[in-house]
Design a protein around this ligand. Structure first.
Ligand code: NDP
Length: 487
């Protein structure tokens, strides 16, 4: 059977665009559909604008330190509007770069939503096209919790579009997005409060590392309430009479599925337009904030795409189920990136896209390697991590823990209390470094390099043989002589 295309990619984010370009470079006839903006979450409403906001948020600190280092400067006020304008100009530029890359690779672009008709047929706007292979790379979206007035809360997508910076914000959640935005907004002068339902932020990260990060964030002025969540939310002025029926829990009437959907899906415009809000916490505390920001996780973008009708299996949170080659239950349909909810990171989606092309267009079946992926949380200080946490490693085998925590030279000089943490987890049996965790400014940069050694299977003695670069913070990673404990 003749098809219009060898490959039709749905979703123009990092994974989809890379797969489309590389497949086209192999001589495949490729099309890509994107209903929003090319670049996807990473470029338009995630990593890139977030990192630029991280940079913006650090300057107050730098200027304060500069004074201590002898510079005659005063931190002025941060002006959101000119920064926001420049930020969006940069995103427009990057979106243009993505479009040009696709065009120069001869990929046909459909700027519209695509929906499967069957395993080889796709409706794109008014048109219907066929493809031998279909790649779903539609990513994910932030979700609000199921509670009354949830639509009043912002989600991460809204944070780049705010007309004004709030004076105060309540962030619900203690994951990557909650912690990163807490530090960004705090650095930009917003009074930040976090409600984290567990005892510590960043569940899944090394306990000692996340403990230090939580302390550092608190010391800098972020108010973190652990074991706490939001139980009621209303516009200021419309707060329910205490003891009244302000929530479903209070009314005892469970919401219908349609109500739940409507609460969660209300447009971002509602959230941006919402004024100050009143909240009640799970511990009974009542407060008012300019905004509430739900950083409570993400769901896969797999709804209403005709996937299940075509035979694709969908799992928890809408994630598309795939095998190690990113193939779904339907042989002609593959899926990569956040929509498969394996590891929600841009470089992983790109890897999955490349492995898909290798498998399908180069005749070289390539499973995706999800082991030992380094990553960083861009908080202040940053948290860089690769491999197992102490808790995971100790569960698996006998380990030695090498760990040091100290005041780095640069901030000690200006009498800041910031502490750095460098930690290695070493297998007693094989001497391999099983995990490396760094809490420090630029830990993201450091862990990228440490990640190479850990991925290569370096032993503690390999680290020890490496001469220190002096004076740096990261030299500690090769100079820790004795374990602080075994586990
Ligand atoms: P996470 O899963 O990391 O965090 C979600 C947080 O919300 C957790 O603290 C969770 O608590 C809490 N939560 C969930 N539901 C509720 C609820 N109903 N009420 C109160 N709290 C709730 O999700 P994020 O959205 O922060 O990030 C999604 C993914 O995006 C990450 O896993 C990461 O892979 C990726 N990402 C990566 C970044 C990077 O590489 N720097 C930056 C940003 C995102 P609990 O722990 O109790 O479940």
């Amino acid at each position: 059977m003749a098809f219009d295309y060898d490959l039709f990619v749905i979703g123009g984010g990092s994974g989809g665009v890379r797969a489309a370009r590389v497949a086209a470079s192999q001589g495949a006839k490729v099309a890509l559909a994107e209903e929003s903006r090319l670049g996807g979450t990473c470029v338009i409403r995630g990593c890139v604008p977030k990192k630029l906001m991280v940079f913006a948020s650090t300057y107050k600190h730098h200027v304060e330190d500069a004074k201590e280092y002898g510079w005659d400067v005063e931190p002025g006020a941060f002006n959101w509007k000119p920064f926001r304008k420049k930020l969006h100009a940069e995103l427009d530029r990057l979106e243009g770069v993505y479009r040009k890359l696709l065009e120069s690779s001869d990929v046909d672009i459909f700027d519209t939503r695509a929906r499967l008709k069957d395993e080889h047929t796709i409706d794109v706007g008014e048109k219907t096209v066929t493809a031998k292979h279909i790649l779903i790379a539609t990513g994910g979206r932030p979700v609000r919790p199921d509670m009354e007035n949830a639509h009043l809360g912002l989600v991460s997508n809204d944070m780049f579009l705010l007309e004004e910076l709030p004076k105060s914000i309540l962030i619900i959640g203690g994951g990557y997005i909650a912690c990163e935005f807490a530090c960004i907004l705090h650095g930009l002068g917003v009074k930040v409060t976090i409600f984290n339902r567990k005892a510590a932020i960043l569940r899944g990260f090394d306990d000692e590392a996340r403990g230090l990060l939580q302390e550092s964030m608190t010391a800098r002025g972020i108010e973190i309430h652990t074991g706490t969540t939001i139980s009621e939310l209303a516009p200021v002025g419309e707060k329910p009479v205490i003891g009244g029926t302000g929530s479903d829990a209070a009314s005892g009437v469970p919401p219908t599925e349609a109500e739940k959907l409507e609460r969660n899906e209300k447009s971002d415009t509602d959230a941006k337009a919402s004024g100050p809000v009143w909240i009640k916490a799970s511990n009974g505390m009542e407060r008012e904030f300019d905004h509430v920001f739900f950083a409570t996780g993400r769901a896969a973008n797999s709804d209403d795409m005709g996937l299940e009708e075509a035979g694709v299996k969908i799992g928890r949170g809408g994630a598309i189920e795939v095998d190690e080659y990113s193939q779904t239950a339907v042989p002609s349909i593959y899926a990569i990136g956040d929509v498969t909810d394996r590891v929600q990171l841009t470089p992983v989606a790109i890897r999955e896209g490349m492995a898909f092309v290798e498998t399908v267009f180069k005749g070289n079946p390539t499973p995706v390697d999800h082991e030992l992926i380094p990553s960083a949380v861009f908080t202040q200080p940053e948290l860089g991590t690769v491999g197992m946490t102490e808790e995971e490693a100790a569960e698996k085998e006998e380990i030695e823990v090498y760990c040091t925590s100290f005041r780095p030279m640069q901030s000690a000089f200006v009498d800041r209390d910031d502490r750095v943490l460098m930690k290695l987890l070493v297998s007693k049996e094989t001497r391999k470094v099983l995990g490396c965790h760094i809490v420090a400014d630029h830990a993201g940069e450091m862990i990228q390099l440490a990640g190479i050694a850990v991925k290569m299977g370096a032993t503690k003695e390999d680290f020890d043989r490496t001469v220190a670069v002096h004076p740096t913070m990261s030299e500690e990673i090769v100079t820790m002589k004795e374990p602080v404990r075994t586990a």
